[in-house]
Design a protein around this ligand. Structure first.
Ligand SMILES: C[S@@+](CC[C@H](N)C(=O)[O-])C[C@H]1O[C@@H](n2cnc3c(N)ncnc32)[C@H](O)[C@@H]1O
Length: 272
């Protein structure tokens, strides 16, 4: 069995550059961004850093919350994701934002620059260095808030399992994220504590949606996130066959009203 290919920064950049145009179709990211900002109770005038901001799902509600006397900086390794975030902020009339292409492992800000640091669904891509950086740029008594997927809630992962089984059959290769994509609340708190933060509160909820057909799930979830590397790693003919096989096999997960897809989410908040 060959060693898994670690999903490194270059792959993150290429994958999210390619996924940017359909990324916003992952329905729950926007609501989760809003919820993270509500839970953090970010104060007006705060200076916020949103790490791995993507298309701005956390940044936009943060910018609305801090108001014209506050400021939100979004950084990401993908130029195309940032470009989309910038356009969305502009269209919403949010002028208290800026967007910088930057690696989370090398934050180009002085120590203690921000009242609040946020990261929505990004820490699975991060090395310990990135956690150290988020701690460094946070002000003393400042807050950090992250969202991750919860491994302790039993949900129907069949569409994903069918996808993973097919990827094995097609010998796409195994991709490993720098750290697990699914965590428990305790593991999430331990990660934040490990870089110096004091865990404050952890919330959990499950976001569910019914997809009319598996093709919709394919377009809106599989191809819109890092899972797309499994598909793009195949040649054109195999890609077509893979999708056909996937759509066929996924019928085993079909319920009378469609495909039920749930993502259990952890929101974890800690203080410096
Ligand atoms: C799943 S998206 C999350 C985007 C956004 N925070 C949200 O809640 O929708 C993950 C993002 O992490 C970014 N990313 C991955 N590795 C990174 C790194 N080392 N530095 C900065 N951004 C990174 C990707 O480019 C992508 O935009």
């Amino acid at each position: 069995m060959p060693d898994p290919i670690v999903f490194n920064k270059q792959m993150a950049e290429e994958t999210y550059d390619a996924a940017a145009s359909s990324y916003d179709s992952i329905w729950f990211f926007k609501d989760c961004g809003q919820r993270l900002i509500d839970l953090l109770d970010v104060h007006p005038r705060a200076k916020v850093l949103d790490v791995a901001t993507g298309t701005g799902m956390v940044l936009m509600p943060a910018a609305r919350r801090v108001g014209p006397n506050g400021h939100v900086t979004g950084i990401d390794i993908s130029h195309n994701m940032l470009q989309q975030a910038g356009r969305a902020a502009m269209a919403s009339g949010l002028r208290n934002t800026d967007f910088l292409r930057m690696d989370a492992e090398h934050l180009q800000f002085p120590d203690a620059s921000f009242d609040v640091v946020t990261c929505g669904f990004g820490i699975m891509f991060f090395s310990p260095a990135a956690f150290g950086e988020m701690y460094r740029v946070c002000k003393p008594a400042g807050l950090i808030g992250v969202t991750v997927y919860d491994k302790t809630v039993a949900v129907d992962w069949r569409l994903l399992q069918i996808f993973n089984a097919l990827a094995k059959e097609y010998k796409v290769g195994e991709f490993a994220l720098p750290r697990p994509a699914l965590l428990s609340p305790e593991e999430t708190e331990a990660l934040l504590a490990g870089c110096g933060f004091n865990p404050r509160e952890t919330y959990r909820e499950t976001r569910e949606r019914v997809f009319a057909n598996a093709e919709e799930y394919w377009d809106k979830i599989i191809l819109s996130n890092w899972s797309r590397v499994f598909v793009t790693n195949l040649d054109e003919a195999a890609r077509v066959r893979f999708k056909e096989d996937y759509l066929k096999r996924s019928m085993t997960a079909m319920q009378p009203d469609g495909f039920h897809v749930s993502f259990p989410i952890i929101y974890s908040i800690a203080q410096k």
